[in-house]
Design a protein around this ligand. Structure first.
Ligand code: PLP
Length: 406
């Protein structure tokens, strides 16, 4: 029996994006209307007000990762921060070398700038993770050459949630005099990050994965020991110390600052709460046969669980769940592509198993009742799928998107 249709599906896609916390919205609102100044307008009160709140947000963000405020450059998000870090370093260190190292399981916002650099004559090594998704630091060390300028390894994976060993990577990079960039879009505000202790030279972040607004992010660029050079990728008014031109979006910057402040203040308690919910979900799914957890069981984001289901048609599974639970099989950017996830492929999963994967993204507003309901919907849909798959192995239902009423 199908349960009655709910009004709105349960939202479990927090690795794709998160709702904005109402406290963040509240902090942003005055900077759309009452305080409309351009932070670069230095001749009147409105500009000074805007500059003051931008400075405050910059300080909050810097403190959150043990950086200096002047090391934070605002961008439109993590995609731009990654592009600026990778292309900007490549351009600035041309005389040192043309070799970069990253991982096959990175976000496309790292992989694509790397591929672009390859077209320009750079060489990029794409390391394979271990079967649990983690980088073996010895493999990294062996890949470093005299002409290596940058290692880019993400903090937390957006598809499977694994946490890379940042401190060990930072140590190896520093020993070999190679810069270390990390895409921390999924990690900031969720797990502790410290650019000093972890010896990180560049760090990308974004607002919308941590209950902040979309369209704002930042890049940390180390200023001392070593002083990291990044060539600007946008030319214009010379904002952000000439590294990233463009009028600073005061409301979004205030929102990013508030989101990071809240994330940090609630990090420990929230990680515990989400770990309990995530473990509960995993436990409930144990009634199913042929389930596989993707990625290291402990070394992972508290709110992320990626599970593959044997003998299941992935498209039919998402179709069946869609009215009840909003989630995806992997990266949102790749969800419209027919090819299996490059992350799951790198872990050695077959194309079929990769497609039959659900990424459960739990967040700040996810409740225990929602997890229990979601587990029931998933179990029912899988069991129906497994029995119909046995009856008719050739059935290939299409994922049809319903018309969305505005
Ligand atoms: C979401 C995400 C990005 C892209 O961030 P935007 O702010 O949307 O540009 C990059 N890297 C990772 C790991 C992400 O999860």
């Amino acid at each position: 029996m199908m349960p009655p249709l709910p009004e709105r599906p349960i939202y479990l896609d927090c690795q794709a994006t998160t709702p904005v916390d109402p406290r963040v919205v509240e902090a942003m609102l005055p900077y759309f209307t009452d305080c409309p100044g351009n932070p670069s307008s230095s001749s009147h009160l409105y500009g000074w007000e805007a500059k003051a709140v931008v400075d405050l947000a910059r300080e909050t963000i810097a403190q959150a990762i043990s950086a200096d405020p002047q090391e934070i450059i605002f961008t439109s998000g993590a995609t731009e921060a990654n592009n600026l870090a990778i292309k900007g370093v490549a351009e600035a260190y041309l005389s040192k070398g043309r070799h970069l190292i990253t991982m096959q399981t990175e976000h496309n916002a790292v992989l694509e700038p790397c591929k672009y650099l390859e077209k320009l004559g750079f060489e990029v090594t794409y390391l394979l993770p271990q079967p649990d998704g983690l980088l073996d630091v010895k493999v990294l060390e062996q890949a470093i050459r005299v002409d290596t300028i940058l290692v880019s390894v993400m903090a937390a994976n957006n598809e499977i949630g694994v946490l890379q060993p940042l401190s060990e990577i930072g140590q190896v990079c520093r020993q070999h005099n190679v810069l270390f960039h990390t895409d921390a879009a999924q990690a900031i505000g969720k797990i502790p990050l410290d650019v000093e202790a972890m010896q990180i030279d560049l760090l990308s972040m974004t607002g919308h994965k941590l209950y902040g607004p979309k369209g704002i992010g930042a890049l940390y660029i180390r200023n001392r020991n070593p002083h990291v050079q990044v060539a600007a990728q946008l030319q214009g008014g010379g904002q952000e110390r000439n590294v990233r031109s463009g009028t600073l979006p005061t409301p979004q910057i205030v929102g990013l600052g508030k989101a990071i402040e809240l994330g940090l203040a609630e990090q420990t308690a929230e990680a515990e709460r989400l770990t309990v919910l995530r473990n509960r979900l995993w436990q409930e799914l144990q009634v199913l046969n042929g389930i596989h957890l993707n990625g290291h069981p402990q070394q992972r984001l508290p709110g992320c669980l990626s599970v593959s289901f044997e003998g299941i048609d992935g498209a039919a599974l998402l179709l069946g769940l869609q009215p009840y639970v909003a989630l995806s099989s992997g990266s949102a950017c790749a969800s419209s592509k027919p090819t299996p996830s490059h992350v799951l492929t790198a872990l050695g999963r077959s194309a079929q198993l990769s497609k039959a994967t659900l990424r459960f993204g739990l967040g700040r507003f996810t409740t225990q009742a929602e997890i229990e309901q979601a587990a029931r919907h998933v179990i029912r849909t899988i069991q129906q799928g497994q029995s119909s798959q046995k009856l008719d192995d050739t059935a290939q239902p299409e994922l049809v998107k319903p018309e969305i009423q505005p």
